[in-house]
Design a protein around this ligand. Sequence first.
Ligand code: FES
Ligand code: FES
Length: 161
Amino acid sequence: MQVTITVNGQQRTDDVEPRLLLAHYLRETCGLKATNIGCDTTSCGACTVIVDGLSVKSCTVLAASADGATVTTLEGLAGPDGELHPMQAAFRSEHGLQCGFCTPGMVMAAIGVLSDNPDPSDREVREGLEGNLCRCTGYHNIVRAVRTAAQAGPSAGQVPA
Ligand code: FES
Ligand code: FES
């Protein structure tokens, strides 16, 4: 079947198997490998992307279901001149990562948290990210990064148009 999906600002039409997961579509069809797959069973959050403004675990969505949608992955966050998105900049400045495997999903989920709540408390950040697992950091610096990003204003909870 054919799907037409806007990925990181570019509309594309592809032939896909009806059972193809959005996570695999992004990685294999679009070649966007930042979206990691840690479990394939909705447990880890590594595959989180933004679909029509909402953070979504892309292993829970069929590419076919995303027909007509607008999808943003980590690759779509930085500006054309390479300027980091406020959430990326905050993860860097606050050392919100170690191995980096969870990071693309964590960054996208964190944008979703600020989209819902522009000034969350530590506890609200932790609750908002509870679907995203990190085996390295102990979460402390991730929470700090999200709260630092919040200080940048509304753009921290938005993806580029
Ligand atoms: S790969 Fe999607 S939640 Fe783990
Ligand atoms: S930084 Fe390694 S899993 Fe989160």
